[in-house]
Design a binder for this molecule. Structure first.
Ligand code: PMP
Ligand code: GLN
Length: 383
């Protein structure tokens, strides 16, 4: 392995899922649903295979999907992207993120990440030979919020891009309009690109609305919006994602994407187009169900003695292990599957400052009620 990828030799999700399988544990670690997306969407995928849509799709993605993505952004956010050259279909959000950094950031330029950060951001920065600068979210007691002064302090003449993620993995924080405005101000002042990872865009709870930073003044022209069908339509294995942005930025993303995968997910593309057009009510139902599951899991963790943090959106809730008399959340997660038959993920895996974050554990609640029930029942073994 080359030096710049040595820190990324294995992912925490692979490690914890393997432990979960080995110990037949309830997997509340890796974020994937254990039930399927809308039945009609699955039927379109099957039909697409039967209809012979099994060869390379067009390089930018099938027109029907690009049209559906553009229409969806226009309806929900009022932003206009031309499906011809401002929308690019990718192999999941993961490829859109890596291709954006590879295609838009020069080696040696700096990319600012908000810590804790989804693991692929740091790896994408390393792949590109760019330099990572981390800015920590700060605790507001019950949850996490942006420290705008720390963000400002992280900018140097070499900064090229800020990566933003809301609803946030792993904390579940949803950035407020003020937080986003602070990021936008920094980006405009220093002429930076912003990559906004919106894979949980539909999953903001308690009547919060997800705001895309691309809609703030001065931001459309410098923002690459990344999203994915995975979380909206419970199809994490399909790996249909996308990037939207000004044509000159999408050209850069596409230049890299062409040589990562060229294209992907042929027969799934019409299915996701169908879902974007016809399954918005299904997604709202998913959000409402997830909110209830968040409440159930949060309560069970509180009852077990964890200090549970506020989750405002997405798949995850974080809990501090300190009240359990535990000081090392990574070690705790490594023994949990064997000890009580539950798998979870340490938040330190998403951080540069390991010690600072190593009291928090991330649990996912994107599971069937019976799976959650089994996990909750086993958590009582900790008490
Ligand atoms: N960004 C975030 C914040 C995620 O949590 C995930 C995966 N769960 C991804 C990107 C990757 O999405 P995809 O599976 O579409 O590649
Ligand atoms: N995004 C999912 C999570 O955060 C898992 C993705 C993965 O396994 N790479 O748990």
């Amino acid at each position: 392995t080359v030096a710049r990828l040595q820190p990324f030799s294995s992912t925490i999700f692979a490690e914890m899922t393997e432990l979960a399988v080995r110990h037949a544990a309830v997997n509340l670690g890796q974020g994937f649903p254990d039930s399927d997306g809308p039945a009609a969407m699955l039927a379109v995928a099957r039909q697409s295979i039967a209809d012979g849509l099994n060869q390379y799709p067009p390089g930018r993605g099938m027109p029907m999907l690009r049209n559906a993505i553009a229409a969806d952004r226009a309806t929900r956010y009022g932003t206009s992207y031309d499906p011809a050259d401002q929308v690019l279909v990718t192999v999941g959000a993961t490829e859109a993120i890596s291709a954006s950094v590879l295609g838009l950031v020069e080696p040696g330029e700096e990319v600012v990440l908000i810590e804790p950060f989804y693991d692929s951001y740091a790896a994408a920065v390393a792949l590109a030979g760019a330099v990572r600068r981390s800015v920590s979210l700060v605790s507001d007691g019950a949850g996490f919020t942006l420290d705008a002064d720390a963000l400002r302090a992280a900018i140097t003449p070499n900064t090229r891009m800020i990566i933003v993620n809301s609803p946030h993995n792993p904390t579940g924080a949803v950035l407020s309009r003020d937080d986003l405005a602070a990021i936008a101000e920094v980006a405009c002042e220093h002429d930076l690109l912003v990559l906004t990872d919106e894979v949980y865009e539909h999953l903001a709870f308690d009547d919060r609305s997800h705001i895309s930073i691309s809609t703030l003044p001065g931001m459309y022209e410098r923002t690459i919006v990344v999203s994915s069908a995975a979380k909206s339509f419970s199809c994490t294995g399909w790996k249909i994602g996308w990037a939207c942005g000004p044509a000159d930025l999408i050209d850069g993303v596409r230049a890299a994407k062409q040589f990562l995968t060229f294209v992907g997910g042929g027969p799934f593309q019409p299915a996701v187009a169908y879902a974007l057009e016809h399954e918005q009510a299904w997604v709202r139902g998913l959000r409402d169900e997830l909110q209830i599951k968040r409440d159930r899991l949060s309560k069970a963790l509180t009852d077990t003695g964890f200090d549970v943090k506020r989750s405002e959106g997405g798949y995850f809730v974080c809990a501090d292990v300190t009240p359990l008399g535990v000081g090392d959340a990574l070690a705790f997660c490594r023994e949990l599957p064997d000890r009580i038959g539950v798998a979870a993920v340490p938040v330190s895996a998403f951080a540069e400052d390991f010690d600072k974050w190593n009291r928090l554990v991330r649990f996912t609640f994107c599971k069937k009620d019976e799976t959650l029930d089994a996990g909750i029942e086993r958590l009582t073994r900790l008490t």
